[in-house]
Design a protein around this ligand. Structure first.
Ligand SMILES: Cc1cc2nc3c(=O)[nH]c(=O)nc-3n(C[C@H](O)[C@H](O)[C@H](O)COP(=O)(O)O)c2cc1C
Length: 296
């Protein structure tokens, strides 16, 4: 695009300080209430938004949670190995904020809200009935980052939703859930949110045909694609059934995994075993099929 053809905004560099993400940087985040039990079995609830999927293309997906390692939530996760991530609705934000206050050790923040505790299915900490989307987790790894911060990687043991939500197409599910989107705070006191009620949808189509001139350097030769392994007919047929957009990645991952195991060739049986191991089911593959797969 011609940078001269339009007026571009002027830029300025800003200071990077602790809490940089709440100073200037706008960082929309999922808002959650994490429920735990302490080692005496007492319920605790805390507001947390430093939360992100840890891995996705895996049979056993995990979640990443970051926070202050002296928060009761983090102490309880370390002590008991279980937690529940409850996603509140936008219209209960006052109650969510209540769980963000610094209540004393042993207090159950939910007692000071309108939320209702219900039993979870796979773990001991309770879930919150008014939350339309709930994730029950066990601690996989607990990382102390420094004196004050910790990261927890959680195994997702169950995802529980209000009945009927999962069957809705996303376009209807988003406004029906009406989840708050956290927009950060000012001076650790004033918290800003928007919601998933108003959403727009964009179709991600196949990229246009573009010509990318080949790079002629030694490095490019070294990293040039080579078919490292032989594929038997059955394995090739299975690869052909993988959505076009994923074929290159699946080929690389299958070869990498089998090379690591000392295999010399990709057979249908080995491919099948890996697919089972990594949860590469027909149902999952269907989700990646595009027009290019159906018109081929
Ligand atoms: C909207 C919101 C999001 C928050 N997100 C986090 C977070 O991601 N990590 C964190 O350490 N504290 C976060 N806090 C602060 C904790 O909620 C607060 O420290 C609370 O006292 C923790 O409760 P606990 O000590 O019972 O675990 C957040 C607070 C609010 C209001």
């Amino acid at each position: 695009m011609d940078a001269q053809a339009k007026t571009l905004p002027e830029k300025e560099e800003v200071r990077i300080r602790p809490f940089w993400y709440s100073d200037y940087w706008i960082f929309p985040k999922l808002i959650t209430i994490v429920t735990t039990l302490d080692k005496h079995g007492r319920v605790n609830a805390g507001a947390f938004s430093h939360i992100m999927q840890y891995d996705v293309m895996h049979k056993k997906p995990r979640i990443l949670l970051g926070g202050r390692n002296t928060a009761h939530t983090f102490i309880n996760m370390r002590d008991t190995g279980e937690f529940v991530i409850n996603c509140p609705k936008y219209d209960t934000l006052e109650d969510m904020m209540e769980t963000g206050r610094f209540y004393p050790d042993g207090a159950n923040e939910l007692d000071y809200t309108g939320y209702t505790m219900i039993p979870s299915r796979k773990v001991k900490p309770p879930s919150i009935a008014e939350c339309p989307q709930i994730m029950e987790c066990t601690v996989d790894k607990f990382y102390e980052l420094d004196r004050t911060q910790a990261h927890v990687i959680g195994n997702i043991e169950a995802i529980v939703m209000d009945k009927g939500l999962a069957a809705l197409p996303r376009a209807e599910r988003l406004p029906a859930m009406n989840l708050p989107v956290g927009l950060g705070d000012e001076k650790r006191k004033d918290y800003f949110h928007t919601s998933t009620r108003d959403v727009v949808m964009h179709v991600l189509g196949d990229p246009p045909d573009v010509y990318v001139p080949p790079v002629e350097t030694e490095e490019a030769e070294e990293t040039a694609e080579v078919d490292a392994m032989e594929w038997d007919a059955q394995a090739l047929e299975m690869l052909d059934g993988v959505p076009k957009a994923l074929q290159k990645m699946v080929r690389g991952q299958v070869e990498g995994a089998l090379l690591d195991r000392g295999e010399k060739a990709v057979t249908g049986a080995l491919f099948k075993g890996l697919a089972r191991e990594f949860g590469l089911s027909e149902e999952l593959l269907d989700r990646y099929r595009t027009d290019a797969d159906t018109t081929a």
